[in-house]
Write a protein that binds this ligand. Structure first.
Ligand code: NAP
Length: 284
């Protein structure tokens, strides 16, 4: 990598952040396209989030990605939010525009585009398991794609309700229902869906388990897991064994990253190359 006094800086803030694949994914595309950019990872403690945003602005960074646990907290530090970021209530990409910090959320579109490589969402019943940052992005992506009804199942009922109310506010034409994770109501919602999405961390490497009993799933349903490590979670394996169509969150990761890349550089990266780079990194 040829870094000079002209090299533009972008990166990711998170806590922790050393596991992030984004530096590898973005830097390999900068190099391939001959763009004079560098992408770094900054471990920022929650109490330093305001200083981090001001510092990056002062240093003239082009922008940055935001990951756990800062996606919601960063909102208060920004000058402007995109409509999508407002609806989701969380930001995963910031671009500095004429001295203003503008917040975007590329997870929603990243997820929607990835799913729609396999299933058109318009008119589909989508059940989202979870109500945190990823679930909000998935639900907004589904609503924007014309999916209806949207069914939200979450461990804490009040968080499911908050997301349900938010969706009703921003998408009044979409039918929304919600439930806590356990019990007959949740099972009914899952069984009535054509698309079921795990947007909880349940099933990540070292965390095992499934977010709902997979006996609830019906053959032919499209089951998506936002997790991509492991490549096949217990949830996806059992869903596949039950005759469901399955997909993991790698495509969402690549597509949300590609959108951030384009926001900062004005150039569309190659999805294929980004995906290949991430796959290689995961295999090592
Ligand atoms: P988050 O904001 O912390 O939300 C976590 C959600 O999962 C909450 O709804 C929480 O329920 C639920 N949850 C946590 N532990 C649970 C458990 N043991 N049983 C049942 N529900 C549980 O996290 P997030 O940012 O949404 O991330 C969630 C997942 O999405 C992560 O695995 C992350 O890797 C993935 N993700 C993937 C991409 C991608 O590009 N593929 C992008 C973003 C996120 P409560 O409300 O009850 O606590």
């Amino acid at each position: 990598m040829h870094i000079t006094a002209h090299t533009q800086m972008v990166g990711i803030i998170g806590y922790p952040v050393r596991h992030s694949l984004s530096p590898i994914m973005h830097n390999s595309e900068f190099q391939r396209l001959g763009l004079d950019f560098v992408y770094l990872a900054w471990e920022v403690r929650p109490e330093h989030i305001g200083n981090a945003v001001q510092g990056l602005k002062a240093l003239g960074a082009r922008g940055f990605n935001v990951t756990v646990p800062h996606k919601q907290a960063v909102v208060a530090e920004l000058d402007v939010l995109s409509e999508e970021a407002k609806a989701i209530g969380a930001v995963n990409t910031v671009r500095f525009e004429d001295g203003r910090a503008v917040g975007y959320n590329t997870d929603a579109e990243g997820w929607r585009e990835d799913v729609e490589t396999e299933v058109p969402l318009r008119g589909k019943t989508v059940c989202v398991i979870g109500a945190g940052g990823a679930a909000r992005a998935v639900a907004v992506g589904a609503a924007q794609a014309g999916a209806s009804p949207l069914l939200i199942c979450n461990r804490r009922f009040e968080t499911a309700e908050a997301l349900g109310e938010l969706l009703r506010h921003y998408f009044p034409h979409v039918e929304v229902q919600w439930s806590s994770l356990c019990g007959n109501h949740c099972r009914e919602l899952v069984r009535s869906a054509q698309v079921v999405v795990n947007a909880t961390p349940v099933g990540m490497v070292g965390k095992g388990g499934t977010p709902i009993p997979t006996q609830w799933l019906i053959p032919g349903q499209f089951v998506y897991d936002t997790i991509y490590t492991p490549a096949e979670t217990q949830f996806l394996r059992e869903a596949r064994e039950r005759g469901c169509h399955v997909r993991n969150g790698l495509g969402m990761l690549v597509r949300q990253g590609a959108k951030a890349f384009e926001l900062w550089t004005g150039t569309a990266p190659s999805l294929e190359n980004m995906e290949q780079t991430v796959r290689k990194a995961l295999a090592t």
